[in-house]
Design a protein around this ligand. Sequence first.
Ligand code: GLA
Length: 403
Amino acid sequence: MNSLQRKLFALSFAACAVAFAQKFEQLAPTPPMGWNSWNKFSCNISEQLIRETADAMATNGMKDAGYQYINIDDCWHGQRDAQGFIQPDPQRFPSGMKALADYVHSKGLKLGIYSDAGWKTCGGRPGSRGREYQDAQTYAQWGIDYLKYDWCFVDGLNAEGAYLTMRDALYAAGRPMVFSICEWGNQKPWLWGAKIGHLWRTTGDIKACFDCIEDHGTWKSSGILQILDMQNGIREYAGPGHWNDPDMLEVGNGMSVNEDRAHFSMWCMLAAPLIAGNDLRKMSKDVREILTNKDVIAVDQDSLGIQGFQFSANGALEVWFKPLAEDAWAMCVLNRSTNGQKFQFDFKAQTVSDSFSKRDAKFDSITYNVRDVWTKKNLGTTSTPLSADVPAHDVLMVRLSKQ
Ligand code: GLA
């Protein structure tokens, strides 16, 4: 080979390497929306639950609002067969995963599944360590669309390397799957996750409690405010195709309506994946209205994909802003306390400027209409100060649109 031939050979080899080692693109231009079995059902899952949940999502307004994925979390597994292929639990999933995926697809929805980078899942079922390509191939054959990949029993594995292996295994299996990195933020996945997955957990597990921490000995679960506070400093790592994941929703799992509304609003301000975690088969009207509020979801799903930021914190009240397409903004006032709070905001006296997105609200020269996205009421314009009572553990959330 002469030197030109050598260069061409090296170039084509590099092109192949890139083509064969990447994540599937275009699967999550906005944060993924769906449901996951874990928060409500833990290991008590079955194909019947998954079918009934798909039926509910297809008909209760959630599918219309943008929810798409039905994700089976831990404990679906049976044993590996003699060749090492993983089987679903024959009692809980007697029809098999292919039939279940066909059913979910027939409802116009997608099916997700769960595994673990270690040798066992957190629930003690078989993990994918050393079986990554075989498992990815199995999921592809079943028609799976989304993989959540957990981080128990990893015995010293490097997270970036372990998730890279599964990314490449999924790509080699050839079926586009959203890849959800679940290593709880331990090895700062926001620094390396964008080229590997579509979302990465930023914290340990969430708990259906607005303001609490539960200590389980070797690990802790956290309430809504605690998880929210842990999102500080990482917003610039999120964007179309790669999202910070502050964990799945606890709406409908026992908090008050105010708390559910505040939780949902803040997750939308964070451009978080919206993965419902309640029993979709029996929801109260309040819970259904929270999960399907299209104006609030539009903040989460905004095409710019810019995560919101805390603008101010005064006593119990925090004010958050999120830049939206068409020069609009979302603004959310969060009341962290157990008492109602009076809120006053003189837009014209404030400078809201975001150096990350290079957006500036320019309230002194631009007038915006102010619309409450929960009550659907117009609250005037930014030319006059906004005053409101914000109930305990609740929000005032508005959309500011240019006149
Ligand atoms: C970990 C994850 C949870 C859930 C459980 C399942 O704790 O963080 O979201 O998947 O494992 O065992």
